[in-house]
Design a protein around this ligand. Structure first.
Ligand code: HSE
Length: 373
């Protein structure tokens, strides 16, 4: 099997590295040798061994019948969409780490894959190296998923952890996350919650088999979370985290992304640093916690490579159907009746009796309000 990698950035270079370093292991597991034939990138990489694969024109890949698997690690929804769609239409399996692509065009790309009896796989698009999508598609078959709650953005979790534990400021820890290759090219996607929003939309679509549109999900990021809020929360035994949640609600989906105060009983409370955590509550499976590195070169690339091996093993059929374009109506469940942490009012931080978010906000009058989970 010959593979082409689109984009030689952090993830793409990690994928090439693992495919080469672990080629014997991969051959044994896949039953066939998997070789990189091309790497597409607009840039030059003087002195880098990638030069033996480097091409600048996607048509070289599209028109080469020897290429069976196209691996997209470019990001964005422009050329990435055009190239992945063209690859699938040409009968080539496609694997991606790109949540923006999956969240926006998943319905269409999955439909093409089903029609062509090939695979469009995207394990690395959510939770970095955590095998959450495959687990939900496969290990949780036959289970009714009641809810999925996640810390799904490594950058913000890394930032919040460092700000609290190392007493560092926001801009400083963001710069470190960027230098480590965790942050999105435009880090506002991380700190404004848009990245986590796309990821929970994907997990909700996986859970339901229907289309949960990220544009319908109420999303609030961490830009107004202060170190004082985190310290006040910690003083009350709570951890402030950027949380994304999906809940089954009959014919609807409940969802939100917002900073929340986790009690020490919440299994996600101790998910710190660039680590992600996903808590899947199934009617029959009960609560399952998946945790691991949510970003970073080799962890994310390992998830991409696992998909490549899966595509090679199931090269004659679509292994996971994914979801259809039937759209689920989404309800904002961040404001339901529950306890809220209130900070920044001058009255000291405190947790309310159960009330709606609107009531908590009225009570906070200009302070900040976090749901307690
Ligand atoms: N920027 C993302 C994060 C990368 O920090 O989680 C992984 O999707």
């Amino acid at each position: 099997m010959k593979a082409a990698v689109l984009g030689y950035g952090t993830i793409g270079s990690g994928v090439v590295e693992i495919l080469e370093k672990n080629s014997a292991l991969i051959e044994r597991q896949a039953g066939r040798k998997v070789e990189v034939k091309y790497v597409l990138d607009l840039r030059e990489f003087p002195g880098d061994p990638v030069n033996k694969y480097l091409v600048h024109d996607f048509d070289v890949i599209a028109n080469d019948p020897e290429v069976d698997v196209v691996i997209e690690t470019m990001g964005g929804t422009g050329a990435a969409y055009t190239f992945v769609k063209a690859s699938l239409l040409a009968g080539k399996h496609a694997v991606t780490s790109n949540k923006a692509l999956v969240a926006k065009y998943g319905c269409e790309l999955l439909e093409i894959a089903r029609e062509k009896k090939i695979n469009f796989l995207f394990e690395a698009s959510v939770g970095g190296g955590i095998p959450i999508i495959r687990s939900m598609f496969s290990a949780l078959r036959g289970t009714n998923i009641k809810s999925v709650t996640g810390i799904l953005n490594g950058t913000t979790n890394f930032m919040l952890t460092k700000m609290l534990k190392e007493n560092r400021d926001y801009a400083d820890v963001l710069a470190e996350a960027q230098a480590l290759g965790f942050a999105e090219r435009d880090p506002s996607a991380d700190v404004e919650g848009f990245d986590a929003c796309r990821k929970i939309a994907i997990l909700a679509s996986v859970a339901t088999g229907k289309f949960v549109d990220f544009e319908d999900i109420s999303t609030r990021g961490i830009t107004d979370v202060t170190k004082e809020d985190m310290e006040a929360a910690a003083g009350l035994g709570l951890s402030l985290k950027l949380v994304a949640r999906y809940e089954a609600m009959g014919e609807k989906a409940g969802a939100f992304v917002c900073p929340a105060a986790l009690t020490s009983q919440n299994p996600l409370a101790n998910v710190n640093g660039v680590v992600n955590g996903v808590l899947v509550d199934g009617e029959e499976s009960e609560e399952l916690l998946f945790t691991g590195p949510g970003a970073g070169k080799l962890p994310t690339a390992s998830a991409v490579v696992a998909d490549v091996v899966e595509a090679v093993i199931y090269s004659d059929r679509t292994v996971y159907g994914g979801w259809t374009d039937e759209k689920l109506q989404v309800e904002d469940i961040s404001g339901i009746r529950r306890q809220y942490l209130i900070t920044g009012t001058g009255a000291g931080a405190y947790v309310t009796e159960p009330m709606t978010r609107a009531e908590a906000e009225a009570k906070a009058a200009g302070g900040r309000v976090y749901p307690v989970l």
